[in-house]
Design a protein around this ligand. Structure first.
Ligand code: GSH
Length: 220
């Protein structure tokens, strides 16, 4: 049986959701974030050397990295969550990689630069931090993120789900990513993303995952 090593308020929510979508039985081992930095506890390193979330074990196998876990579960337990059609399959692969490879790095940068103007930075350095964060946002982060959100919104204006008409593992990957984007800025300018997020949060499997592992508060 699959065990989901679940760090609260983390990308691990994706995997609980996917397992619910797939109707796969799974066990949950819970890990609490450790203050003040709210990182994962040391125990998670006993499961995988990086001690990051998500990670699953399935018999002798230990698998880390959201995209790799999604591919493994879909291939092994839920092939219906991966499109057969060539064009849809390419879209599936693209968005599965895009979620962590392109958008999450910008969102993590946004979070980190956003913190330069507040605690734990000493108060006398915060104005410098704010200047620095504003400059990075204006010259790089803001425009890059806008271009990505425009692309996502345009894509979702043409199809219900990322890989076409049917829900797939690519949607699972993009869920946490777009919820993180929503935590960093208002998404009013991207109405198709807002509509897609509402559709995700109305899915019985999403709700079942929240019931099983708890709600998701975006931290990083
Ligand atoms: N690209 C990795 C990112 C893993 C990652 O950074 N996970 C965060 C949770 S969302 C984490 O474990 N943070 C706690 C820590 O770094 O100690 C994936 O998608 O699996």
């Amino acid at each position: 049986m699959i065990t989901l090593h679940h760090l609260e308020n983390s990308r691990s929510q994706r995997i609980a959701w996917l397992l619910e979508e797939a109707g796969v039985d799974y066990a949950v081992e819970r890990y609490a974030r450790q203050p003040p930095a709210m990182l994962a506890p040391r125990e998670l390193k006993a499961i995988h050397p990086l001690g990051k979330s998500p990670v699953i074990t399935d018999g002798d196998l230990t698998i880390a990295e959201s995209g790799a876990i999604i591919e493994y579960i879909v291939e092994r337990y839920a092939p219906a969550l991966r499109p057969e059609d060539d064009a849809d399959r390419r879209a599936y692969t693209y968005w599965l990689h895009f979620g962590e490879g392109s958008m999450m790095p910008l969102l993590v940068m946004q979070l980190v630069f956003g913190r330069l103007a507040g605690k734990p930075i000493p108060f006398f350095l915060r104005p410098v931090g704010r200047l620095f964060a504003t400059a990075v946002d204006k010259s790089y982060l803001g425009p890059s993120l806008k271009a990505q959100l425009d692309l996502v919104d345009e894509t979702l204006s043409q199809r219900s789900w990322f890989a076409g008409a049917a829900f797939s593992g690519a949607d699972v990957q993009m869920g946490f990513t777009l919820m993180s984007a929503r935590a960093g800025q208002t998404l009013e300018r991207w109405p198709h993303i807002v509509k897609w997020l509402a559709a995700v949060e109305a899915r019985p499997a999403w709700r079942a995952a929240v019931d099983r592992v708890g709600p998701l508060e975006i931290i990083d």
